[in-house]
Write a protein that binds this ligand. Sequence first.
Ligand SMILES: [Zn+2]
Length: 131
Amino acid sequence: MKNADRKLFTMFDILVVAVVLISAVVSFLCVFSPKNDEMYCVVKYNGEVVYSEKLENTKEPTELTFVGDCEVTVVMSNSGVFVKNSACPDKLCEHTGEINRVGQSIVCLPAKISVSLVSTDAENTLDAVVG
Ligand SMILES: [Zn+2]
């Protein structure tokens, strides 16, 4: 009989399962965590920030037209951002659809305009994010 060994193994198994479960939960939370309430919509033209607004402040969908190398109309709401209309030839920015998570962005190459969601105001340094 190797009851002692068997028991040890079971404990170890439980530990492994626990670790796997915990890391699964952590990655689940990372991926599906509630939308970051410190989410900013940053619009850049040719690499320069031309607009930066906290999405939370956008109570009602707001339509904004940015004039880059062509006109891009962006709709912002507190649920996300999308390009409603663009004068660009490829319409890739329109087809990107809505972005609603930090790190996502819509790029309109012909207009040289990019719309990104970031977790901090473009003017702040990364130090301000912690908290
Ligand atoms: Zn475009």
